[in-house]
Design a protein. Structure first.
Lengths: 280, 464
């Protein structure tokens, strides 16, 4: 039998009253926010800038595929960061540092970026700037992303991240593990600055095919410590301009005698998958 | 007239002249002019390499890695204490003749010149990241002023940068100035509207530059039309087509016919056609028509600056500070403006139409919009066998088509993306508005060639 409208209304009212009773008996206090790093397995936070892959140099996606400017925090409060996105500091994309968050910073981040509720921060508002890169704050179950225009909530959250970022970078230690490498074919540009390829294995397998030049997740892992150190040394020499000048953003022009290519590399992250991508 | 009388008369004239000059010195100080030429060492990428078919290239490799004129830029004169003495500008060939004056009765012992990356007519100013006026300056030099007559000083050629130490600001200025002089200045409405553009670089983050609530971080460069502002990123100096020319293209696009850009569309329209991932665009990603066309048009202005309408193998580089050809000379596919489908070695030119979620729907690529715009511009049929061209003897007419759009929000009018209520836009409704279809219709209404336009759009995978 279908209950009358009045009966259904009365039933709904009773249900609402019961819900109110339960809520009031348990209290409306949500309690302290969840700890940022509670020791359980997995990543906790990923704050990053997501520039368009392809709007950077062909083959360079490996450097920015997990965010150009990026901050990652795992379950043990270990963090990984690029140089911070602040005036006058330009990240050498792909170079990260690592360290342990101190409790005050962890609490500050947990308060600004409530776990599982990041979508509520997405008050972007307005039309994005042309070509702006989205800024993203993400955890396992929620995320917010704004491209070039921010409301109060997102600005506050991102601002909290940027506030602690320089300190994390300054206190962080250089990464020492594996690196990920990709290369784009040298298009025959007039460059005299050729850095020798530092690995025993040939350069050719690292050179991407045309369809992969602007794709994420196509780099190769260089896992052995000695080879990874050699690649980092190559990067450092290029940063110092040891053999001369290359246009900024164009990669390290490298040759092993057989193959010439622009090489890009990034410090590998413990939580990335076999393709080099983080889970969120 | 005796010798004595002539001598006395000359002495009298000389005395009068000296009195006059003395009076002038006492009241007007000293003055003069400085002549010379300014050049910059050019290492902008996106040139046409010698291995490629460079028919129609206006930026061949011979111009790369050499000194080029610092054209149509502001030049200022200062004394050794930094006191401003005068201002002029370079010409297109880099030559200048700048007047200076000093209120002092005695000429400054030495002066210097400062060459700015600011357009002489105020079209655009390329500033340092902190807003200061970037300039390259000479050492101090004497004017040779003798205290009585104006001096005329020739400084020879001033060279900015070198092969081992090129300078970013002058390089980006070179590309910007060419874009304005060779392309944008041809459009009447831009002669009126494209002025006072402020560009800052080169940093990924520039706090407080863009209007309130807009990003201060932009690692692939950004533009905001309404306030005519451009933020160039760290590596924004030597990749002209994708950076300074492209961002200036956004400003030009907006000011051809300002549209209702302020509406909060962020939750309805992202850069992605599938709205799936928070990333930006590139040549071969599927975008909503409005966004894909806007990016293509912004790029197109730079493409036609570097390539004439008779070009056979034109490219537009997405990010490269080198060029966009293989060593063999063949264009890299994703930069190739002329071929009608990609991969272009597909003999059937079949456009990729896989489902939306995979983001490879070729009709929605900015590159497809670019190829359509290119074919409207070029003066010949496509090399791959298509047999139509819209060339109508007015190759620059296409740059200003947006100015002819209707003002409303009906089909193909400038604000067709929005729904109005009581004359006020209140909802975003049409993600494929103000795109290639609208361009085709408005071009045909203005300049004719309706059939050709329709075929050209269809033959480039039919961008919306």
């Amino acid at each position: 039998m279908i209950p009358s409208r009045r009966a259904r209304t009365r039933g709904t009212s009773l249900l609402a009253a019961a819900v109110l009773l339960v809520v009031s008996s348990s209290g409306c206090d949500d309690g302290p926010p969840p700890q940022l790093c509670d020791g359980s397995n997995g990543l906790r936070l990923h704050a990053y800038s997501a520039p368009a892959i392809g709007r950077t140099a062909a083959g360079s996606a490996v450097e920015i595929e997990n965010g150009s400017y990026t901050l990652v925090v795992d379950e043990g409060c270990r963090y990984y960061v690029t140089a911070p996105p602040v005036d006058g500091v330009n990240a050498r994309f792909g170079e990260l540092r690592t360290g342990i968050l101190d409790p005050a910073v962890a609490q500050q981040l947990a308060a600004a970026l409530p776990r599982g509720q990041l979508a509520s921060l997405g008050d972007c508002g307005g039309v994005p700037l042309s070509d702006s890169s989205p800024l993203v704050v993400a955890d396992l179950t929620s995320h917010a992303a704004c491209a070039g225009t921010f409301g109060t909530r997102f600005r506050g959250a991102w601002g909290a991240v940027v506030q602690v970022w320089p300190g994390l970078w300054d206190r962080g230690e250089a990464m020492t593990g594996a690196v990920r490498v990709a290369a784009s074919p040298a298009a025959g540009g007039p460059t005299d600055v050729v850095y020798p390829w530092p690995l025993e294995q040939p350069l050719a397998p690292f050179v991407l095919g045309e369809s992969d030049l602007n794709r994420a997740g196509v780099s190769r892992l260089v896992p052995t410590p000695a080879d990874a150190a050699a690649m980092r040394d190559l990067r450092a020499r290029h940063d110092r301009g040891e053999l001369g000048w290359n246009p900024p953003g164009s990669g390290i022009f490298t040759s092993d005698g057989e193959t010439g290519a622009f090489v890009y590399l990034r410090d590998a992250l413990p939580h990335e998958n076999e393709n080099g991508l983080l889970p969120f | 007239m005796t010798q004595t009388l002539r001598t006395r008369l000359l002495c009298l004239l000389a005395t009068v002249a000296m009195l006059l000059l003395g009076a002038r010195d006492a009241h007007a100080g000293t003055w003069g002019n400085i002549r010379g030429t300014a050049k910059l060492f050019n290492v902008n990428g996106n040139y046409c390499p010698t291995a490629a078919n460079c028919t129609g290239s206006t930026y061949p490799q011979a111009t790369y890695g050499t000194y080029v004129p610092w054209s149509n830029a502001i030049v200022k004169v200062y004394d050794s204490a930094g006191v401003f003495l005068g201002q002029g500008s370079t010409a297109t060939d880099g030559s200048y003749n700048v007047a200076w004056s000093s209120p002092s009765a005695t000429a400054p012992s030495s002066v210097r010149l400062r060459f700015f990356t600011q357009h002489k007519d105020g079209r655009f100013s390329l500033m340092e990241a902190n807003g200061a006026g970037y300039n390259v300056y000479t050492g101090l030099f004497g004017t040779g002023h003798n205290g009585y007559s104006p001096s005329d000083t020739y400084r020879g050629t001033t060279y900015a940068g070198s092969s081992g130490a090129p300078l970013g600001h002058p390089n980006a200025y070179w590309a910007a100035e060419r874009l304005w002089r060779e392309t944008l200045s041809r459009v009447g409405v831009l002669q009126t509207n494209f002025t006072g553009v402020t560009i800052r670089g080169f940093q990924d983050t520039i706090s407080g530059f863009m209007p309130s609530n807009r990003a201060d971080k932009c690692e692939t460069s950004c533009a905001w039309g309404p306030t005519k502002q451009i933020h160039l990123n760290t590596a924004g100096a030597y990749a002209p087509q994708s950076r300074i020319m492209h961002e200036m293209g956004h400003i030009a696009s907006y000011w051809l016919h300002p549209w209702f850009i302020e509406y909060d569309q962020a939750t309805t329209l992202h850069y992605d056609w599938d709205n799936a991932s928070p990333d930006g665009w590139n040549h071969t990603t599927a975008e909503w028509g409005l966004v894909g066309f806007e990016e293509a048009l912004a790029t197109h202005f730079g493409s036609v600056t570097f390539w004439a309408a008779n070009a056979i193998a034109p490219t537009t580089c997405l990010a490269s500070s080198s060029h966009c050809y293989f060593p063999s000379g063949a264009p890299i596919g994703s930069a190739d403006l002329e071929h009608t489908s990609w991969p272009y070695d597909d003999p059937t030119n079949t456009c990729i139409r896989t489902p939306v979620g995979s983001e490879v729907v070729e009709e929605r690529w900015p590159l497809s919009h670019m190829r359509f715009l290119w074919d409207v511009y070029d003066s010949h049929n496509d090399a791959d066998g298509d047999t139509y061209s819209a060339a109508n003897g007015c190759w620059w007419c296409q740059f200003g088509v947006l100015a002819y759009y209707g003002d409303g929000n009906y089909w193909h009018e400038i604000n067709e993306a929005w729904v109005y209520f009581l004359g006020v836009p209140w909802a975003f409704a049409h993600g494929d508005a103000r795109a290639s279809t609208a361009y085709e219709v408005n071009y045909a209404q203005t300049f004719g060639h309706a059939n050709e336009l329709s075929l050209l759009r269809a033959s480039n995978c039919g961008p919306p």
